[in-house]
Design a binder for this molecule. Structure first.
Ligand code: AOF
Ligand code: ZN
Length: 343
């Protein structure tokens, strides 16, 4: 039976992975086995909709009775997008619930105890490490009370992101820019400074391989921070995605505003000054650098910092390093504070 449980958990993890980004909710997968251990239902969280267990139980119907629900996250015990999943599982008559990761959310978490109190056998921690990666930013945000911040930049080999005249399009090649779209789609806010918006008129949207934007409801929130006014014909104000203006560049304030808007994973790009502020405040949790095989010799550094001497050097732990077309991609974790890594 344990082999079947692990197979079912891997199926549940795959179902979640295929469903993709459900932020501000975690993406959860659920597989229901009947009393004989045969798979009778699979489900995953619906973005802004039903929880994974609800979908899987609906597919299983009466066959769930006496069976096992295998879930990547502890079933919730609160009423939100769906009634408590604990109640749905109890009503369906499952005998056993197997969970990978526990839920740190103050209201939703603790479902395992509710199930146990109802006489259901519960096991947690099954393949927890395999289930973890795709909800890491969500977990970070729930436990730290602020969004996880990924800072992305593109630079030449000598670390410059713009030429002295301000031109910066394009330092990296099309493959790297497509790769950025893939990463952007995993976040729920794209943040840029007013300076970068005025200079580049970026779209700050997620687009597919043909450069077509994803539907409005799947777009991350566009966030423009700073004091300058952006004329309304700039592309951040088009109808492709929602846009929030925050008249402050103070990192803590920006993140507090975003937390208020339920944002869990910030994609920070556009502006060495803005990135410098977050960097100085220790509010960058992951760095993704695209390094082009070219040199500029003079121009604007990717990060506007305040380092005075080599003792101010801040290490980055490299989590992944690879070529994206002709460019180099480095994924790293700032090494100052102990943080979870996230490739
Ligand atoms: C589950 N199954 O598939 C997910 C859960 O806003 P709501 O109602 O969707 O609830 C969000 C919380 O529920 C979220 O913060 C997390 O703790 C949990 N997510 N729980 O039982 C699921 N996605
Ligand atoms: Zn639930």
């Amino acid at each position: 039976m344990q082999g079947r449980i692990e197979t079912a958990m891997r199926r549940a993890i795959d179902a979640a992975r295929e469903r993709g980004n459900c932020l501000p909710n975690p993406t959860v997968g659920c597989v229901v086995l009947d009393a004989d251990g045969v798979e009778v239902g699979v489900g995953a969280t619906v973005r802004q909709g039903a929880h994974a267990e609800i979908e899987a139980l609906a597919a299983a119907g009466e066959r769930a009775r006496g069976g096992t629900a295998v879930v990547t996250l502890e079933p919730c015990r609160h009423v939100g997008n769906t009634g408590p999943c604990t109640e749905a599982l109890i009503r369906a008559g499952v005998a056993r619930v197997v969970v990978a990761q526990t839920d740190p959310h103050p209201e939703a978490g603790g479902g395992a105890d509710v199930l146990r109190a109802a006489g259901i056998e519960v096991e947690t921690g099954v393949l927890a490490d395999e289930a973890e990666p795709h909800n890491r930013a969500w977990r970070f945000a729930v436990t730290h009370g602020r969004p996880f911040v990924t800072w992305k930049y593109a630079a030449t080999l000598d670390g410059l992101s713009a030429a002295p005249d301000g031109s910066s399009k394009w330092i990296t090649g099309p493959d790297a820019r497509r790769d950025v779209q893939q990463y952007r789609s995993q976040c729920d806010a794209i943040v840029a400074g007013t300076g970068a918006v005025l200079a580049d008129d970026p779209r700050l949207t997620v687009r597919d391989a043909d450069d077509l934007p994803l539907p409005y409801e799947l777009q991350p929130l566009r966030v423009v921070v700073g004091e300058s006014t952006i004329p309304n014909y700039y592309r951040v104000f088009d109808r492709v995605a929602p846009t929030l203006m925050i008249q402050s560049r103070e990192p803590e304030e920006v993140l507090a505003k975003l937390a208020e808007n339920h944002v869990k994973h910030v994609w920070l790009e556009g502006g060495p000054r803005l990135a410098g502020g977050f960097w100085k405040a220790g509010l960058i949790d992951r760095v993704i650098g695209y390094i082009a095989p070219s040199m500029l010799g003079s121009g604007r550094a990717a990060l506007e910092g305040e380092a005075a001497t080599l003792a101010d050097l801040r290490p980055i732990q490299i989590d992944d390093l690879r070529m994206i077309g002709p460019d180099i991609r480095i994924v790293g974790t700032p090494g100052q504070a102990p943080r979870e890594t996230y490739v």
